[in-house]
Design a protein around this ligand. Sequence first.
Ligand code: MOS
Length: 710
Amino acid sequence: MMKKDMIGDPMSRVDGRLKVTGGATYSGEYKVAGLTYGVLVPATITSGTVTAIDTKAALRAPGVLTVITSFNAIKLPGYHNDAERPVKGLKLFNDNKIYFNSQPIALVVADTFERATYAATLVKATYQTAPFETDFHKNLDKGVVPQGGRYKDYVRGEADAYKNAPVKVEQEYMLPSEMHNPMELHVTTAFWDGDKVTLYTKSQGVKSSQRSVAAVFGIPAENVQINSRFVGGAFGSSLRTWPHEIAAAQAAKMIGKPVKLTLTREQMFTLVGYRPLTIQKIGLGATADGKLVGITHESHSQSSVYEEFTENSVNVSRFLYASPNANTRYKIIPLNVGVPTPMRGPGEATGSFALESALDELSYQLKMDPIELRLKNYTDMDPERNLPWSSKYLKECYQLGAQKIGWENRKPQPATARDGDWLIGYGIGCGAFGAYRSAAQAKLTLTPDGKVNIKSATSDIGPGTATAMVLIAADILGLPAENITFELGNSAFPMAPTQGGSATVSSVGSAVHDVCIAFKNKMLLLAGKPQNSEEKLDYVAVLKEANLPLLEITQESKGGENAQKYSMYSFSSHFAQVYVHPLTGMIKVKKVVAVVDAGKIVNLKTASSQMIGGAVGGIGMAMTEEAVMDDRYGKLVNGNFADYHVPVNADIPQIEALFIDKPDPIINPIGTKGIGEISLIGVAAAIANAVYNATGKRIRELPITPDKLV
Ligand code: MOS
């Protein structure tokens, strides 16, 4: 019989039926006895202090249980102690300071959500205002190098060497702030039992949430239970524990009742991070035959005045192409805004838009095909770290993508290809994202009915983590997938890293791999067979023979030792075909082809879905998404889905996701490199470059809206 359920198969989601039938329980859907509802009240100033809050009217409103403000909130030890790792970020209700507009100043708790929402409108604060700055462009000269050594200026060879090259590009690229906006709102339900607290919360990392909550409340981690079994999208916005999650637990403690705190869509624009507004300067210098001699990449990014946020926007320019000279500079500009947070392809997506746009500009100056230019500057080792790649099949990505998009139809001269009234263009954008792996544990249990259960405290924010883990286990154990369950999203499970940085399959998948191997060897031992033998065992019979009620085994898989000897990245090449209507400036993305070298692909079906989802995010970044600040008031003016445009079905063309699917021999036993972030990196540049090819108009400020083309 042919083996069933193997790594690489296209397997449907193990929790798909639950998700489409409403059987999947999300953080806001748990029925907790005596539940109360919390609604946050936003500050109406942008900087200053709250001098008084009148809560009398709110407290008299029907159903209101309490109104929590900095004037009456219980003090939280972690907000005050001078521990070595003090709790970072905004400390809600801890003092009277206002750092940004709409920062919460009160939490109204009532017996229904509607009553809490109404009472929140009755809270009246008086303020002492202070000067504020939200205007990024006005403050461009106030950039600071972030703390710590990581963001120091980088120089290889000579700085700004591009300036003396025979052919050069020197341009500035801008992207606005962009919000993650997962479909599921951020919700936390919190309740206490003595000095133990339970949170149902939208989290990418239940273990890190557990640590954060324990630190803030000054209680042992084992007193904190975090559940986040289903997450309706996050894209980075749940990588950390946010102040509102702490506030829910704080309120629950104060009133002795469970509290559910749901952010409004508008609050999702200010309280859970975003991709920061960034201006980048790229200098590229090349010889007349297209060899890069210098790359300079400078970035200025928005951050908050109360917490520093940094990301790797300039790093890609140090290693993606061969160049004897390369230098990068990175600064952040602290403003009176909420703190940004990583958003899918964090930094790398931003940096790649600038670098890949500039490279495209260079190709036209050189009158050279953009793929040929990339091949000319291809590098078989990492020029930044002077190390070999663990694996790299970017050339193969170029070739496959070019073939699938129909690159041979691209006209080298812009604005010369037409289909009726429409101009046609083709573009390419490439990217890389670190292939990370960290330690993780998995616990496997075999029961006498022949079912295998595996647990690990990872999360699934959408990629289909449980499905991938079941497939890995099914392959190694030689069992059908339906005999295996994988549980996640619970802080009581064995340790796993936060789901982020595209590292879950590499980290947790390795733990599942290792625990399955350990289990097989345990079975072989019980059956009196040699270790690591390929012999197929009847696990139930072995269990019975050994007189065991069940078998439990926990394994930790460490990672990372090869990270010192190799440079490990996923690589991608995105291609776009666009139609542009020259009279109206309307752009139709006709086709996107995403080709990825992400090592071995575990589940072809969910991996393709993930690539398509990332491309949709990239289309939003390229064409529709832009947070607009009114700098007179320091307030966002489009914090809703009517005015902030995420791409909709009508914006999305045929998207083809293709994988090189060659296992990386170095990074982990499965050979996977990760796809979560790389799925978005390169998309915006591919579209911008296609728009240029179609129209001859170079748009260096995202999003590419029709007004910029007419
Ligand atoms: Mo990803 S931005 O690490 O969720």
